[in-house]
Design a protein around this ligand. Structure first.
Ligand SMILES: Cc1cc2c(cc1C)[n+](S(=O)(=O)[O-])c1c(=O)[nH]c(=O)nc-1n2C[C@H](O)[C@H](O)[C@H](O)COP(=O)(O)O
Length: 508
């Protein structure tokens, strides 16, 4: 017997903490018992008690009329995975559901106008151009989440600035007719030594989320690192890959190790080749741009599972990360070796002593990283740690014991070349691909990766290195890299590329 459709009046009766139903994608769910367990707190759900939580009339830069509520934060299979079937109340007659008009942000009309007249893809000549367009195309909350760094954002700026304190020492009269920028990373052959690093909540920038990055990575034969906090489900991202494409898993370790074990085992079964354990985020940093925009969202108040109010100004980041285990320590690392045959890499190592410990404990690699400046402010850049680390590893005969990657602030292929010269196997790139995706979707990420390849070929030709193996530390001068200056703002990206200044980026 086909169940009759539920009317919105029926759903509306369940609009409180003692009986709370919500509509998601045309189905009704009884989430009453789930309220105290929701990592984002019960308030955000009660805001939609008895109503439709999927849609909103606000739009994002790329896909108009795309939901800004449920979907960016939750993979689509969330409810099917975590809510008992008895709480799935049935299909809703959506013709009876009235979509509430939301108060639109006053700058929304200006944003919509810019979206209509944004620069063409061909007008983007480098990664910072995508940042300038994304800044005006994205919803404020989405831009704030992607662009924010911790505290005064000194490390965020330093990640980019540190590369400008390293100068090349190019060779001449080397036959550079043929350039081969291919290499291997953790045993995988790649066309160029960069990978798409893990960045959470892909659907804040594009309605398809992380699968856009999957498709671009396939086209350019680069590796994608799948984030624990992806908007898409893990299986959606893996299903979107091509047969020969390689993916890695980025892991935030859960206090509940049984959950962590099942995630790791599932990733290995689905073909992931490496496990990147994030070790620089026992707590997520204070990202004030993100906090400010979250702060004025009435539904954003964040409660811990125990209903003990936490600092609500941590925004969504805290809400979706309360499961992370701050007690994770070196003694836990051998356990990971016992549960998986994937390569194991520590992501977020920030001093040479810990690189040496990583060699001793036997992991396969480290990422020298400060989480894109989103964690401890005034932590050093990955490139500076690399410049300090490699001479010490070489002196100890440890430089071949593991593969070293860096990430943070990489915006030019010349940054990639500097990292390889100093001994990195490859580099991770985050925000640039998020901005390219948010502004132009898959064509944007495709162009961003192609621009990096074009730059890389030119840089290798001009430095006198026909192959990756020809890049060595004699080709860079790092004497100034540790001389920090903290520019009040990053002139390069703030002035030259500011759409308000750069004519090319003024809407027509
Ligand atoms: C930009 C960005 C970075 C995030 C990120 C989300 C965004 C929007 N998130 S976060 O919400 O928790 O901070 C993650 C994450 O899920 N896990 C992780 O290991 N690194 C996370 N990172 C850090 C990322 O993996 C790189 O370390 C960083 O992005 C490199 O710097 P660039 O963005 O300058 O390339």
């Amino acid at each position: 017997m086909v169940n009759s459709l539920l009317s919105s009046d029926e759903i509306a009766k369940h609009n409180n903490a003692t009986s709370c139903w919500v509509i998601i994608h045309g189905k009704a769910y009884d989430v009453t018992e789930f309220l105290p367990e929701h990592p984002g707190g019960s308030k955000i759900i009660l805001k939609y008690a008895g109503k439709d939580a999927t849609e909103s009339v606000l739009t994002i830069g790329f896909a108009p009329n795309f939901s800004q509520e449920f979907e960016p934060i939750h993979p689509p299979d969330t409810l099917d995975k975590y809510l008992d079937r008895s709480k799935h109340m049935g299909e809703v007659d959506m013709s009876t559901v009235v979509v509430e008009a939301k108060t639109v942000d006053p700058s929304e009309s200006e944003r919509q106008e810019y979206i209509k007249n944004k620069p063409s893809l061909e007008q983007c000549y480098n990664l910072l151009d995508f940042e300038a367009v994304a800044k005006r195309v994205m919803k404020r909350t989405a831009w704030a989440y992607y662009s924010s760094g911790a505290d005064d954002e000194i490390t965020l700026r330093e990640n980019h600035a540190a590369f400008h304190r390293i100068w090349f020492r190019p060779k001449i009269l080397v036959n550079v007719e043929n350039i081969d920028m291919s290499t291997t990373m953790l045993g995988t052959k790649v066309s160029i030594p960069f990978y798409v690093t893990a960045t959470a909540l892909g659907k804040l920038g594009h309605h398809e989320g992380e699968v856009v990055l999957t498709k671009a990575a396939a086209k350019h034969s680069v590796v994608q690192m799948i984030p624990t906090l992806a908007s898409c489900s893990f299986d959606e991202i893996v299903d979107a890959k091509e047969d020969t494409q390689v993916q890695w898993l980025q892991l935030y370790v859960n206090k509940n190790r049984a959950i962590t074990k099942s995630i790791v085992k599932h990733a290995e079964r689905r073909g992931c080749k490496a496990l990147f354990i994030t070790v620089d985020a026992p707590q997520l940093g204070r990202r004030e741009k993100d906090m400010r925009t979250k702060f004025d969202d009435s539904g954003a108040s964040v409660q811990s599972a125990s209903e003990k109010p936490v600092d609500r100004s941590q925004g969504a980041a805290r809400a979706i990360s309360s499961f992370i285990d701050p007690s994770l320590s070196w003694k836990d690392i051998p356990w990971f070796r016992s549960i998986t045959n994937m390569k194991i890499v520590l992501k977020g190592v920030q001093r040479v002593e810990d690189v040496i410990k990583a060699c001793e404990i036997g992991v396969d690699g480290v990422v020298l990283s400060n989480h894109g400046g989103r964690q401890l402010d005034t932590a050093p850049s990955g490139i500076e740690i690399l410049a300090a680390t490699m001479p010490i590893l070489k002196a100890k005969g440890l430089d071949k014991k593991l593969e070293i990657f860096i990430d943070g602030g990489i915006r030019r292929a010349s940054d990639i070349v500097k990292a390889i010269c100093l001994g990195a196997k490859g580099v991770g790139i985050g925000r640039p691909f998020l901005y390219a995706m948010s502004a132009y979707g898959l064509p944007g990420v495709d162009r961003a990766m192609q621009l990096l390849k074009d730059e890389m070929e030119m840089n290798m030709r001009l430095i006198g290195a026909p192959s990756i193996a020809d890049l060595d530390d004699s080709m860079v001068d790092t004497r100034a890299v540790a001389l920090h200056s903290t520019p009040i703002e990053d002139a390069l990206s703030a002035k030259t590329y500011d759409p308000l200044v750069a004519p090319a980026f003024k809407s027509k």
